[in-house]
Design a protein around this ligand. Sequence first.
Ligand code: SF4
Length: 311
Amino acid sequence: MKIGLIDVDGHRYPNLALMKLSAWHKAKGDTVEWWWSDFFHYDTVYMAKVFSEEYSPDRPEPLNADRVIKGGTGYAISLENGRERYCKAMDKELPEDVEHIQPDYSLYPEFTENTAYGFLTRGCQRGCAFCHVGGKEGRKSRKVADLAEFWSGEKNITLMDPNILACPDRWELLKQLAASGAYVDFNQGLDIRLMDNDVADLLSSMRVKCLHFAWDNPSEDLERDFQRFAERYSRKDHRVKVVYVLTNFNSTTEEDLHRIYTLRGLGYDPYVMVYDKEHAPRETRLLQRWCNNRIIFNTVPDFRDYDCKMG
Ligand code: SF4
């Protein structure tokens, strides 16, 4: 069979589902390639999309294919009153034997050179209103794989778990990561509310590329949690602790600034995320530019000074 693949999001990030489908078809002896023209016939074309229509518009289906299969979170998200809604019925899950195959990293050599991508856990109990994880993966973090399922000695591991610290098997999984000796990037962030001294010590002993956290909800006071971790975590690398700060979602600029200044004071690097950036007020977009540009952030410590300068 001849299989065509389309990354509707435009190769901005490795699409895990496509990498797994490619590996599965290749294991069956099928020919797999990126779809590139209606002049050629394909038995099946897979179209995968992670991002919503707003960020990643759909594209026309190929004409010369016996079967076109579309899937991914991006096809299950719609916009209602300026807020994204996820509909599980519109999403597709990979069959179990595809889900648990080692991904075909050769599809994205620009990202995957010496890097393994995958999930050890799925799901999250928190149900944050702006996040689709609960609807898509369930309101409970559970183990779905061992590290060996998608890692075979690569120097780097990019872990995409939504909330590994909420998983009852977290200790076993973190130990697997530590034992790999690889540089680990927890790219969806670690839940600071679930951090304890044992995890902080294990993280201190691991090769970690960058630790990501989030402080999304201004009504939650997480200052003590961040402070406790900052004091316990013994690696003092520069720019190792990045904290996402969600803005334009039920917060005022003063509340945004409180989180930013608090995090900076504790030695973290706040990183502003803007919900619905296209419709965000000028002040929020300016806040993002000020905070996320390290040169500006370090030379103009007070946002109000920057705001005045920008007129
Ligand atoms: S804690 Fe993170 S993964 Fe869990 S629902 Fe909130 S944003 Fe999503």
